[in-house]
Design a protein around this ligand. Sequence first.
Ligand SMILES: Nc1nc2c(c(=O)[nH]1)N[C@@H](CN(C=O)c1ccc(C(=O)N[C@@H](CCC(=O)O)C(=O)O)cc1)CN2
Length: 291
Amino acid sequence: MLIDGKGLSKQMDASIIEKVNTLKSDGIDPKLAVILVGHDPASQIYVRNKHRKAKLVGIHSIDKRMPDDTTQEELLAVIHDYNRDASIHGILVQLPLPKQIDESAIIQAILPSKDVDGFSPVNLGRLFANSDEAYPVPCTPRGIMTMLDTYKVPLEGAHAVMVGSSNIVGRPLGAMLLNRNATVTYTHIYTKDMSSITQTADILIVATGVAHLIKGRDIKPGATVIDVGMDRDKAGNLVGDVDFDEAVKVAGKITPVPGGVGPMTITTLMQQTLELAEGKFSQQRQKQSVL
Ligand SMILES: Nc1nc2c(c(=O)[nH]1)N[C@@H](CN(C=O)c1ccc(C(=O)N[C@@H](CCC(=O)O)C(=O)O)cc1)CN2
């Protein structure tokens, strides 16, 4: 069965539009600030798509562009301005950043209460501690959890194997799955005999940036396969980290590339901007819902 991230994101958009309208009728205008430093071609596309989606759902978005040679101090000054601006509910800095800028210093400068990407150490700490508070979480992992729940993939007791342990996807997603009582194995570039581990996964999540790394033989029959990769094949086509033509014959459920995880990331960003504007994350001791 195909897990249709694109279709699901469209359904979610409709409900976000309704909630944004309700919020606006209460006098609150949800506002998202998106900061892009430099001219990375992929980042320019993702940022353009974020503004398009924001417009579609009625969220006001600020399109802040800064040149490639922006200094860390200049970027910090913009973040501090946005932190102080009460009309802005969510702030994100598109990653990756140019080399002269320390990514972690930038992420830490965003107020945790406006951290719509869920990357700040405060919010990640809450996630890894399985805190009872409500807090924003990284959008790609949350979008994947929404897909798993929507397609009724059992999590409790399932063996979830992460291939790739990035701060944006692998690590936080492993924590979310652990918080839902899955048995989580992280694998990475130093893992020995990776295939013997992936073959035991009930849920296999692949986020490595290596085109077609995972073949049919690496997958347990009937497993759910989530492909976070966005790579180019020799002909320049967009492909995933999973060899889809092989995997689809073995997997029980599988996400396509494109049209799987990517669209859910952007819709989840809108969902979290809305929730920040609603004040959901300022209510303490409210159990985090991943839906
Ligand atoms: N500040 C952030 N930076 C980055 C994040 C993030 O969540 N926050 N994630 C990625 C990039 N990203 C969002 O920013 C992103 C990547 C891809 C897609 C997407 O919709 N992909 C489509 C294909 C698009 C294409 O044709 O190229 C798909 O998979 O169908 C959305 C968001 C790194 N940086």
